[in-house]
Design a binder for this molecule. Structure first.
Ligand code: ATP
Ligand code: ZN
Length: 645
């Protein structure tokens, strides 16, 4: 018998007989390790615990308490789900499947309607029966040619094998049923512990929108009940905060792939929130000496050739429109070249600097269809964009001014969980950056100085700057714990060069300005997705699409009084309506709560007689009576102070 040499993660090497498995290797180290082992990893690739190893390589033992260990468990559940689906539906077809640290899924297709959420219980029961019976999962690796033979007539699976660069494919025989499985699975179904099938949703085959829409079944699995419970709780929390779910419940927006994937439609409620934010931010910026402009979403492609976007960012751009007369028009992916046109329209003097140009600029990016998500990642978006043109000397003050504006805005939106990341060029590799040492050194120390002056904590990231200049990113935490860049301030030495920007200095000579790109709240789309999540749809009064609803105890007797209040409040710019549906009062009150309306007013005999209202705030059980005028000033105070109801 020949020998093979296996290297362990700590660098040590040992000889084994050719054909030894990961299990043999684990056993040779410690019985306790062998007990926890669920698979091996050979040269970075997961392998079955009992698969023979026939060549030298790097070996790792995959145990239950690792991410790979979870992946093996989840792949096993995906495998059992496929077998179960085959037994339940004779016409089932499979697309991709996966089990990893996120969870598991199986893509399916049927002739006779798709698998639905109602089927999940039957599928789970079937999976559990394999687990209870401790069915063997007989593994076999076959060549591409053999795999294609086994999968003849399967449409999607055969295509996947065809498109794959691998030459070895894993099949498992379970209870006499042969299935292809993408991951590595256990040897026996009895090792599966706690699993749950969660939901179904459409997914394009291989993630391409030109392909068939399949039905994806989602699920998850754990080794411990407590871990499964915690995960289900986190998923429930995520669902309660999911801006797509809330956006639908509160009728804020929708995206219909038939009308255009990633192209959102803002319903009146969502549009009201957006309009309120847009007016707010424009007013803030105008007060901060920004000049607001409007520039076209389309421009000659040459503009993006000059800016460098066409060379470096083309994959994210919509293809140019050939107008047939030699003109090529491009949907802009960024607004910077547009604002440069505004700057360059006049000869600029040093007296005009800093010159601040801002716009709610609509832009288009061709995001991959698989990455699109509600308003969070779209293909048409409107950025709260601004570009300041300054002399190098003015960088520090301008940076402070922008930062102060950002924090002021965060305060108004009650955004408290954020951190600063200051990005410099890599001192060990200055060659890959814009070539002007003085610009870099001075501007980097000005940014740092500004942060210190303002007494802010920040993280310094060497080598994270853009190649055209240093930047500050402000990272927020979403309610689900993900980091997201909300605001950014970026210095740019390069675009002024590309577009030959200049100003006339006090010396009467031409000089080159520095450009600062800055976004305060980012795109309206992503910002509103974020707010929806942090507020759980309960928008503070100033943003709420409907701020007050008035419910007459009897529409016949108190409807007129309610109407008179509505007119009075509406005249003071409060978004208010009267619920004339005449349904049971408790139902109407509950409905107002479901729609997260900050104030629900109930008016009956007593209120009408005394010119009062009975007020119930969102999320509270009690109501209290006050005069209509006192209530109006309370609401107006809330709106003015951006506060919650
Ligand atoms: P990402 O890395 O998320 O694609 P980016 O770094 O390309 O973003 P920038 O070019 O800095 O983003 O864009 C400015 C702003 O636009 C950021 O606030 C970002 O959150 C937002 N944004 C970028 N792409 C999208 C999108 N597809 N949908 C919605 N907002 C977006
Ligand atoms: Zn810009």
């Amino acid at each position: 018998m020949s020998e093979i040499s296996l290297e362990f993660p700590d660098g040590s090497k040992r000889q084994f007989e050719a054909g030894a498995s990961a299990k043999d290797v684990a056993q040779s180290i410690a019985i306790s390790l062998a007990k926890k082992a669920v698979a091996g990893k050979l040269d970075g690739k997961l392998i079955n615990l009992n698969a023979p190893i026939n060549h030298d390589g790097k070996i790792e033992i995959v145990t239950k308490d690792s991410e790979d260990g979870l992946a093996v468990l989840r792949s096993t559940v995906a495998l059992l789900a496929k077998v179960s689906l085959k037994e339940i539906f004779s016409d089932i077809r499979f697309g991709e499947d996966s089990g990893d640290e996120e969870g598991l899924y199986i893509d399916t297709d049927k002739d006779d309607g798709q698998v639905s959420a109602d089927d999940l219980e039957a599928i789970s029961t079937k999976i559990q029966s394999f687990v209870d019976k401790k069915v063997d999962l007989k593994h076999e690796s076959v060549s591409k040619a053999e795999a294609l033979k086994k999968l003849a007539g399967t449409k999607f699976e055969a295509q996947l094998v065809e498109d794959s660069e691998d030459d070895s494919f894993d099949f498992y025989n379970v209870d006499g049923v042969d299935v292809l499985n993408n991951g590595v699975a256990f040897e026996n179904a009895g090792d599966v512990k706690f699993f749950r099938l969660l939901s179904v949703a459409g997914a394009y085959f291989e993630g391409k929108s030109s392909n068939d829409m399949l039905q994806r079944i989602y699920g998850t699995a754990f080794y411990k009940q407590a871990d499964l419970d915690a995960d289900l709780k986190a998923r429930q929390e995520a669902r309660e905060r999911d801006h797509r779910v809330i956006g639908n419940d509160l009728d804020l927006f929708f995206v219909d792939p038939k009308a255009g994937a990633g192209l959102p439609y803002w319903m009146p409620n969502g549009a009201t929130i957006r309009r309120t934010i847009e007016r707010y931010i424009i007013d803030k910026e105008v007060a901060d000496d920004y000049k607001h402009v409007y520039t076209p979403v389309l421009a000659n492609l040459d503009l993006y050739k000059t800016s460098g976007h066409w060379a470096h960012y083309r994959d994210d751009m919509f293809p140019p429109m050939d107008m047939g007369d030699g003109e090529m028009l491009e949907l802009r992916p960024m607004n910077c070249p547009s604002h440069i046109q505004i700057y360059n329209h006049h000869i600029r003097s040093y007296r005009e600097l800093p010159l601040r140009i801002a716009e709610l600029g609509m832009m288009h990016r061709y995001e991959k269809s698989g990455a699109l998500s509600g308003l969070q990642r779209v293909r048409e978006m409107t950025l709260n964009d601004g570009h300041t043109f300054v002399t190098l000397d003015q960088v520090q003050d301008e940076f402070k001014k922008i930062l102060t504006l950002i924090m002021d805005v965060y305060n108004d939106f009650n955004i408290t969980d954020y951190t600063f990341r200051l990005s410099y060029r890599d001192p060990a590799n200055t060659a890959k950056y814009f070539d002007d040492d003085e610009m870099w050194n001075r501007s980097q120390s000005m940014l740092k100085g500004a942060m210190d002056d303002l007494g802010l904590d920040y993280y310094e990231a060497e080598g994270e700057a853009a190649f055209y200049g240093p930047k500050l990113d402000i990272q927020t935490k979403t309610a689900l714990g993900n980091d997201e860049t909300m605001s950014t301030i970026q210095l740019d030495f390069m675009l002024p060069e590309q577009f030959d920007l200049s100003y006339i200095g006090a010396d009467g000579e031409k000089h080159r300005p520095v450009m600062i790109h800055r976004g305060i709240v980012g795109t309206m789309e992503r910002f509103i997705a974020y707010l929806t999540e942090i507020y759980k749809g309960a928008f503070p009064t100033w943003l709420a699409p409907k701020q007050v609803t008035i419910i007459p105890v009897s529409d016949d007797k108190h409807g007129d009084y309610a109407e008179s209040l509505r007119k009075k409040f509406a005249a003071a710019d409060v978004r208010v309506d009267v619920d004339h549906r005449g349904e049971k009062m408790n139902y109407l009150i509950r409905d107002a709560q479901t729609h997260k309306i900050p104030y629900t007013l109930v008016v009956g005999d007593q209120e009408k007689a005394n010119n009062e209202v009975s007020v119930r705030k969102y999320g509270e059980q009690d109501s209290n009576s006050m005069s209509a005028d006192a209530f109006l000033s309370e609401v107006l105070g809330d709106i003015e102070n951006y506060s919650r109801a």
